[in-house]
Design a protein around this ligand. Structure first.
Ligand SMILES: N[C@@H](CCC(=O)N[C@@H](CS)C(=O)NCC(=O)O)C(=O)O
Length: 230
């Protein structure tokens, strides 16, 4: 039995984290026997991040390493897809660009911050919660400044992500999933990001952009519904 260590469920999603949702979908797609163990303290896991899996070999962190672990044991996340290079580019776009839009959308918004704080960090005793989380928030936003997107306004960010969304939609013109008629690896990354963007618990430019887009929202829901255990 594989144990997935994941951030807890919230905002209508099986996890606050799109990477944890992706990992759940990988485990489902691999037909693995798995159970979840919720944690809100990533510090003791590899790279101090979640998701991670606990397996007989030890603890494996990072959804990419979880993918490799499952593939080495027979999982096939690509099916009939031959253009894996384009699929790989979609994964990178989702995980190394779209994800940071989500982070800023949630963490840089002063109206949303109290909701994020009270949900993500409910386990921190109330008296300590504000001081501890305000330094975590500062650190996160400092990281986003260094990354670059943290220097943009929400309006500028929306323009910056537009070509990503257009690329996804162009794929969905022809078929229900990114790479063809069947679900495959890039869908788990891209749809997890879109689901998380829609789930942000207040309307923001990004949240509304995805939710109001019939193609993107239907696609995200299609993947989520397909991957949610009955
Ligand atoms: N490349 C990693 C990214 C995982 C990741 O960024 N996890 C975030 C939550 S969405 C995290 O644990 N952040 C904790 C921190 O930065 O302190 C993966 O694919 O699993």
């Amino acid at each position: 039995m594989i144990t997935l260590i994941t951030y807890e469920a919230g905002f209508g999603q099986p996890s606050f984290s799109p990477f944890c949702v992706k990992a759940m979908w990988l485990l489902q797609a691999a037909d693995a026997q798995w159970q979840r163990e919720d944690s809100n303290d990533p510090r003791k896991f590899p790279q101090a991040k979640l998701p991670a899996i606990r397996v007989p070999e030890g603890i494996i962190g990072d959804s990419h390493n979880i993918q490799i672990y499952l593939e080495e044991r027979g999982a096939d996340f690509w099916g009939a897809v031959t253009d894996k290079a384009s699929g790989h580019a979609f994964i990178r776009m989702a995980e190394e660009h779209m994800y940071f839009h989500l982070v800023l959308d949630r963490w840089a918004n002063d109206q949303l911050w109290p909701i994020i704080r009270e949900n993500y960090f409910a386990a921190i005793p109330k008296l300590l919660r504000r001081p501890i989380t305000s330094s975590i928030r500062k650190e996160t936003l400092r990281g986003m400044k260094a990354q670059g997107l943290g220097r943009l306004t929400p309006e500028e960010r929306l323009k910056r992500i537009a070509p990503d969304l257009a690329a996804i939609k162009a794929r969905l013109d022809a078929h229900p999933y990114l790479m063809g008629p069947e679900i495959s690896l890039p869908d788990y990354s891209v749809a997890a990001m879109l689901c998380a963007m829609m789930a942000t618990p207040l309307p923001t430019l990004l949240q509304e952009r995805i939710t109001d887009d019939p193609v993107l929202s239907a696609y995200a829901m299609r993947v989520a519904e397909r991957m949610t255990p009955a």
